[in-house]
Design a protein around this ligand. Structure first.
Ligand code: URA
Length: 213
């Protein structure tokens, strides 16, 4: 897996405010949205395009347009939803599919509880949105799911990642035969015994949408 830690002062600034436990939910949502748009710029560096002719007021020019089939953006519910608008701002014509995955807080293993995706993803570039790459279980299961459906190019966009999570994905996806890239705003130190990223930013879903009892 290719790992790209975005290195930009605006990204670091916004991430720092997100980490701050005093940041309230509305501010957290707005900053997460802005941060994802900045990450989306990096994440779409390899988006497929094809040549197209346009006529300017002066002359003909050759440019590019996004190729078909269009890219598919896949937020992982629930917290990935907080990243969708920021991604769509740069890729407004992408299709969107949803994957609901939940982590068992004891075993830390992920399972799928909802799915709304095209049956056939052959030839599709997929952008998976999951704010926290912690143990790597959820993201790894999501990527395997998409590759089983035929996706041939995966980019994961995460606010934060851990070395343990990256190692797990690399182990799980050995020999998968599809290029996988991770774009993240920060690579944190470690996971704690409860599976939280340290220093992290806490529970991303709770900070975006409040605590579900
Ligand atoms: N999920 C979160 O929301 N936060 C973490 O720190 C780890 C997993």
């Amino acid at each position: 897996m290719q790992v790209h830690v975005a290195d930009h002062p605006l990204i670091s600034h916004k991430l720092t405010v997100l980490r701050d436990k005093r940041t309230d939910s509305p501010t957290f949502r707005r900053l997460a949205d802005e941060l994802v748009t900045l990450l989306a710029y990096e994440a779409t560096r390899d988006v497929r395009v094809e040549p197209v002719e346009v006529e300017t007021p002066v002359a003909k020019a050759t440019g590019v347009k996004l190729s078909s089939p269009r890219p598919l953006v896949v937020p992982i519910l629930r917290a990935g939803l907080g990243m969708l608008d920021g991604m769509q701002r740069l890729l407004p014509t992408a299709e969107v599919g949803f994957l609901g995955m939940i982590r068992n807080e004891e075993t830390l293993e992920a399972s799928t509880y909802a799915e709304r995706l095209p049956d056939d993803l052959a030839g599709r570039q997929c952008y998976v949105l999951d704010p926290m790459l912690a143990t790597g279980g959820t993201l790894s299961a999501a990527i395997e799911f998409l590759v089983r459906r035929g996706a041939d190019h995966i980019t994961a966009v995460c606010l934060l990642a851990t070395p343990e999570g990256i190692a797990r994905i690399e182990r799980d996806l050995t020999g998968i035969g599809v290029p996988v890239t991770l774009v993240t705003a920060g690579l944190d130190e470690k996971l704690n015994e409860k599976g939280y990223i340290v220093p992290g930013l806490g529970d991303a879903g709770d900070r975006l949408y409040g605590v579900v009892g």
